[in-house]
Design a protein around this ligand. Structure first.
Ligand SMILES: Nc1ncnc2c1ncn2[C@@H]1O[C@H](COP(=O)(O)OP(=O)(O)O)[C@@H](O)[C@H]1O
Ligand SMILES: [Mg+2]
Length: 256
């Protein structure tokens, strides 16, 4: 008889997830019976029209918001509320202005049981990973938007979460910074074995970074769709298969 299989770390199972807000007393259904398995280590992008519930879904996964029905299981266990196995990155990095880059990244590591030295060397490692070693003693006000967001990413990775949740992390950056940050994220995710859920309204970003893309329906009652992006990495935005995926997504959104 074989032993029951242990789920691998960072395995997310979403079951019958439903969320309805109320707007002026009337129910506003946002998520309707979402079912999805996110594989350990994969990058899942969530796209959809504005208001389709991307942020709501991410917040429920993060435990910042309760669902009305259904559940989220991580490594087989139902989760409620926030947990140390998940880290969230928002559009604004929300750094502490009075702490240096290094201290922002290391913030909270000591309360997680690391010694002062361990916390410092881990913070240094992640500051280096995002390419900011020359700025480790700089303060948030001395950083560009792209650099500040890198600090936010380093801080989230430093706690070594099983699951990284990002809500339009590059949405506030200019077009060129955004492309270089996408390349950087692709490199970082190749090295860090972390399950990643990335909300984005940028279809090209989704194709560039994701293993699979979940498309939330525009009309309530529509079915979410999943698209597999089976392209080798690093990805080439001008490759015919890449362009094909982009056209497919534009068609789904009725834009092509
Ligand atoms: N706290 C809230 N109370 C009421 N309605 C909300 C709340 N948060 C979001 N909504 C509504 O839920 C819908 C989905 O919002 P959201 O998840 O932010 O969409 P997206 O991130 O895809 O743009 C929108 O119609 C929004 O107005
Ligand atoms: Mg949103």
């Amino acid at each position: 008889m074989s032993a029951p299989r242990e789920p691998r770390r960072g395995d997310v199972a979403i079951r019958h997830l439903t969320k309805t807000y109320r707007l002026n007393g009337a129910p506003l259904p946002v998520l309707k019976d979402i079912n999805l398995d996110i594989r350990p280590g994969e990058t899942l992008a969530i796209v959809g029209a504005s208001g389709s519930g991307k942020t709501t879904l991410l917040r429920v996964l993060a435990g910042l918001e309760d669902a009305d029905a259904g559940e989220v299981r991580i490594d087989g266990k139902t989760v409620r509320g926030v947990g140390a196995e998940r880290a969230v990155i928002f559009q604004e990095p929300r750094l502490l202005p009075w702490l240096s880059v290094l201290d922002n990244v290391g913030f909270g590591l000591e309360t997680r049981g690391l010694s002062r030295n361990e916390a410092r060397s881990r913070a240094k490692h992640y500051v280096e990973l995002v390419g900011l070693q020359q700025f480790e003693h700089a303060y948030p006000r001395q950083l560009s938007g792209g650099m500040a967001q890198r600090v936010g990413i380093a801080r989230a990775l430093a706690v070594q979460p099983e699951i990284l949740l990002l809500d339009e992390p590059l949405g506030a950056l200019d077009a060129m910074t955004k492309i270089s940050m996408q390349q950087e994220l692709a490199r970082i995710w190749r090295d860090e074995d972390v399950t990643t859920v990335l909300v984005t309204h940028d279809l090209e970003e989704a194709i560039y970074l994701a293993d699979r893309i979940l498309i939330l329906p525009r009309e309530k009652g529509g079915e979410p769709r999943l698209i597999e992006i089976d392209l080798s990495r690093p990805r080439d935005r001008s490759a015919p298969e890449f362009v094909r995926h982009r056209e497919e997504l534009l068609r789904v959104f009725g834009l092509h």
